[in-house]
Design a protein around this ligand. Structure first.
Ligand code: ZN
Length: 437
C-alpha cells in the first residue's frame, strides 16, 4: 500500500452515503444513514438518508464515500497507551536503543494505531510532546495525542526501573521520582514543564515492575491529594492513577484522581466510592487477558499476571454490571500495538453489551479526556472523526479488533485510511460538487 492511497492532508467536504450509523451515544443504529462534514472537518449532519440535506449545495469540492451498507462509527479512543515503547521491550533498557530508530519506530506505531481505528490516544508514560506536535502539524499520521510524558512514582515504585545499584538505563524518559508531599508537587511542576497534558501517578505497584507487587501501595493519599491540587492550580489537568491493588485504588479515589487505570482490585467498596466521585475506570483488559506469554515475559511478570487475571474478571465484571464509568484503554506496549479495539471484545466477554462497549470507546473516553464537546459522538457540530468497518460490530464486536476490517478512517475531516473497493465512487467529484445523483 502506498502512502498516496492511505494518507492525504488535503481536506474537502465529505458525504458518507449508504451507511449504517452507530453514533456513539448508545442510540439505536440508523440503517441507510448519511453523514456530512463541511470543508472545515465539522459534521453538519448524521442521521437517516431520508432527512439528509441534498448533496450539491457545497461551496467547494465534495468527496462522496459509498459505505456500501457498512457501519460508520465515531473515531475511537485508546486512553492508555505507551507508544514510545515496542511491544515486549522493557523500559529499563531504553538507553541501549538508537534514539533515531526509536523515533522512526514510534512513528510507525502511531500509524498502526490510527489504522486500527484510534483517532485519539492518551499516552501514559514515555512519549515526549514532540510526537503530539508532529501529528498536530501534519508531519506524521497518527492519533491526536494527549501525553503524560512521564510517570510519578516512589523510589523503587512501579515506574522506577533503575538497576539494583541505582543505575538508570531508561534514558530518563519514564519516571519522575517523588517520595514526599513536597517532592510530589515538584514532580508535577517538572512534568507540566515538559508539556504534559495530564499527570500519571503510581498509586500501587505493578505487574512488570521488578521491585513491587500490584497490591503494594504507591504514593500516599496525602501525596496524591497534593498532585491533584497542583494540577488544579494548572488549569485542572486530569490525574490518571496506575492502581491495581485495592488499598492503592482507595488512596487514589480519596486523593481525588480523575481515572483509575487497570483497577483490577476494584472491590465493591472501591466501586461504590468511584461512582460517588465520578471517577473513570480504564480496565486495560487487553494486557490482562491478551498479554500473557510465558516465553516472552520475565518469570516474576508471568506469575503476577496469571494470579491477577482471576481477580480482574470478578471485579471488572461487577463494575460493568453496575454501570461504572468505563473508558477504553489497552496499555499498548504491554500488549501489541495496532490491535487496540480488541479491548472491546474483552469488555463484552466480561458482560458488557456491544453497544455499551462502543460508547465506552467513544463518548465516555472523550469525556475522560475533556474532549466530549467536539469528539466521541457523531452529531452535527462535532469534529469529523469517523471509522467505517466491515461486518456487524453489534452482532460480533470482535470485527472491530481486526484492523483489516477497519476499511476507512477519517480524522478531522481528512481521509487517513481508505481500503474501500476502488470500484466504488470514493473519488472527489467535480469542484462544484454538483454531480447529479
Ligand atoms: Zn500503562
Amino acid at each position: 500500500m502506498t502512502e498516496a492511497t492511505t494518507y492525504q492532508t488535503s481536506r474537502t467536504a465529505l458525504r458518507v452515503e449508504n451507511a449504517r450509523l452507530v453514533d456513539g451515544t448508545g442510540a439505536l443504529p440508523v440503517d441507510d444513514a448519511v453523514v456530512v462534514a463541511d470543508a472545515a472537518g465539522v459534521l453538519t449532519y448524521a442521521g437517516p438518508a431520508a432527512l439528509a440535506p441534498p448533496a450539491g449545495g457545497e461551496a467547494s469540492a465534495l468527496r462522496v464515500i459509498d459505505a456500501g451498507g457498512r457501519t460508520v462509527l465515531p473515531g475511537f479512543f485508546d486512553c492508555h497507551t505507551h507508544l514510545a515503547y515496542a511491544y515486549g521491550s522493557p523500559p529499563g533498557r531504553r538507553a541501549e536503543l538508537d534514539p533515531v530508530l526509536v523515533t522512526y519506530d514510534t512513528a510507525t506505531r502511531l500509524r498502526q494505531t490510527l489504522d486500527a481505528g484510534i483517532t485519539t490516544a492518551r499516552d501514559l508514560g514515555g512519549l515526549s510532546t514532540g510526537y503530539r506536535t508532529a501529528v498536530e502539524t501534519g508531519r506524521i499520521p497518527g492519533p491526536r495525542l494527549h501525553t503524560a510524558v512521564r510517570i510519578i512514582s516512589h523510589t523503587g515504585g512501579h515506574a522506577d526501573f533503575r538497576l539494583l545499584d541505582g543505575t538508570d538505563l531508561t534514558g530518563g524518559e519514564m519516571a519522575e521520582l517523588a517520595d514526599t508531599v513536597d517532592e510530589s508537587r515538584l514532580a508535577v511542576r517538572r512534568t507540566l514543564r515538559a508539556g504534559a497534558d495530564l499527570i500519571k501517578i503510581c498509586a500501587t505497584g505493578g505487574m512488570a515492575s521488578p521491585y513491587d507487587q500490584p497490591e503494594d501501595e504507591g504514593l500516599l493519599e496525602e501525596e496524591i491529594r497534593a498532585v491533584v491540587d497542583e494540577c488544579r492550580r494548572h488549569g485542572g489537568k486530569p490525574v490518571a492513577a496506575h492502581a491495581q491493588g485495592t488499598a492503592g485504588i482507595l488512596n487514589a479515589i480519596r486523593g481525588g484522581v480523575t481515572s483509575i487505570e487497570h483497577g483490577y482490585g476494584l472491590d465493591a467498596q472501591a466501586l461504590e466510592l468511584a461512582g460517588e466521585r465520578g471517577v473513570f475506570i480504564v480496565p486495560t483488559l487487553s494486557t490482562v487477558f491478551g498479554g500473557i506469554d510465558k516465553d516472552a515475559m520475565p518469570e516474576h511478570h508471568y506469575r503476577k499476571k496469571v494470579r491477577w487475571s482471576g481477580v480482574t474478571k470478578e471485579n471488572i465484571a461487577r463494575a460493568i454490571e453496575q454501570g461504572a464509568r468505563i473508558a477504553l484503554g489497552t496499555d499498548a506496549a504491554v500488549c501489541p500495538h495496532g490491535r487496540n479495539l480488541r479491548e472491546l471484545g474483552h469488555l463484552v466477554d466480561l458482560g458488557m453489551d456491544p453497544m455499551a462497549a462502543i460508547v465506552a470507546g467513544t463518548r465516555t473516553s472523550a469525556e475522560l479526556l475533556g474532549l466530549a464537546d467536539r469528539l466521541g459522538t457523531l452529531t452535527a457540530g462535532k469534529t469529523a472523526d469517523l471509522v467505517l468497518c466491515d461486518g456487524d460490530p453489534l452482532a460480533d464486536i470482535g470485527v472491530l479488533g481486526d484492523p483489516a476490517n477497519i476499511v476507512c478512517v477519517v480524522q478531522d475531516g481528512v481521509v487517513r485510511k481508505d481500503l474501500l473497493p476502488t470500484a466504488e465512487p470514493t473519488g472527489t467529484r467535480g469542484t462544484n460538487g454538483t454531480e447529479a445523483r
